[in-house]
Design a protein around this ligand. Structure first.
Ligand code: ADP
Ligand code: MG
Length: 283
């Protein structure tokens, strides 16, 4: 059974008297346990709407959203669904509710009514997962943006969700903060087998995922593995950039130098060096 399933989902927001804005059109999408999916698309393509439908914050106009086999339209399943899907939002400053890091991470488990020893264990584990244990008793004002987002991730982790959706969670961070958050997310997926949906417009982040889903004007325009980067048109026609290494290798290819399709700067450098040191030809 897929963990998260969108079946033919339409969704629109009311706008004015009898008008509406359709945000999603016939979205069919299945996410299995353990996947690391990047959901990309321009502003207004429906990414946040997808996130809100995933945990039943919004309900579809047509079609169905199922989490672990339960429809979000089933009110009696919503509490369990919200425990299974954790969402991290964009603004790190809006996500801390207390003035001490560990209290903040404890907020979710406390609301679940867990015993103090269990809460302590979860808080310590979650802070370890994001590498923030040493800041347990710090106040948020002493933290960088990347550290605050790691605390927000720990707060979600402490609820022990099975799927984590990061809705442009790196959008307000500097490059160092973005890297910190990406490292944490990749580690969670790999080591803790956390299912991850990374909503992002940074293509370098999308290239880290195992699967990329492109939303374009409320529709799924493409869905595939890293091989999607071999067909750049699917990105550019949805108004998206390509990861820098893909642009560089494309430009080299146009000059007759084929180094394949590296997705990270490290891969790009390695592929180019290999080519220079005897890959042959005109390079
Ligand atoms: P994204 O996250 O990809 O930027 P959204 O899911 O936020 O896209 O928005 C999809 C569409 O729905 C856009 O046209 C947007 O203007 C509209 N929309 C989003 N939220 C609301 C809302 N609360 N009320 C009315 N329209 C909305
Ligand atoms: Mg959004």
């Amino acid at each position: 059974m897929p963990f998260l399933q969108f079946k033919n989902v339409d969704f629109s927001y009311p706008s004015g008297e009898d008008d509406y804005i359709q945000a999603l059109y016939s979205v069919d999408l299945t996410i299995e346990r353990g996947e690391f999916v990047a959901l990309v698309g321009c502003n207004g393509s429906g990414k946040s709407t997808f996130a809100r439908l995933s945990n039943g914050l919004l309900l579809p106009d047509r079609g169905d959203v199922c989490v672990d086999g339960c429809s979000t339209a089933d009110k009696s399943a919503l509490y369990e669904i919200r425990k299974k899907i954790g969402v991290v939002f964009q603004n790190p400053d809006n996500q801390m509710v207390t003035t001490i890091v560990e209290d903040d991470v404890a907020f979710g488990p406390e609301n679940l009514g867990l015993a103090p020893a269990e809460i302590r264990e979860r808080v310590d584990w979650a802070l370890d997962c994001v590498g923030m244990r040493e800041y347990a008793t710090s106040g948020p004002q002493r933290l960088s943006g990347g550290q605050k987002q790691r605390v927000a991730i720990a707060g979600v982790l402490a609820i022990r969700p099975e799927l984590m959706i990061l809705d442009e969670a790196t959008g307000m961070l500097d490059p160092d903060g973005r890297r910190e958050v990406m490292e944490v997310v990749a580690r969670l997926n790999e080591k803790e087998n956390m299912t991850v949906v990374m909503i992002t417009h940074f293509m370098e982040e999308a290239a880290v995922a195992d699967r990329i889903v492109i939303l374009d004007k409320g529709k799924v325009a493409a869905d595939g593995g890293k091989e999607l980067f071999l067909t750049p048109d699917v990105f550019t026609s949805a108004g998206l950039d390509l990861p820098m290494p893909v642009r560089v290798s494309g430009a080299l290819k146009n000059r007759g130098i084929d180094i394949g399709c590296p997705l990270t700067v490290e891969e790009l450098v390695a592929a180019y060096c290999k080519r220079l040191s005897g890959g042959g030809g005109e390079a």
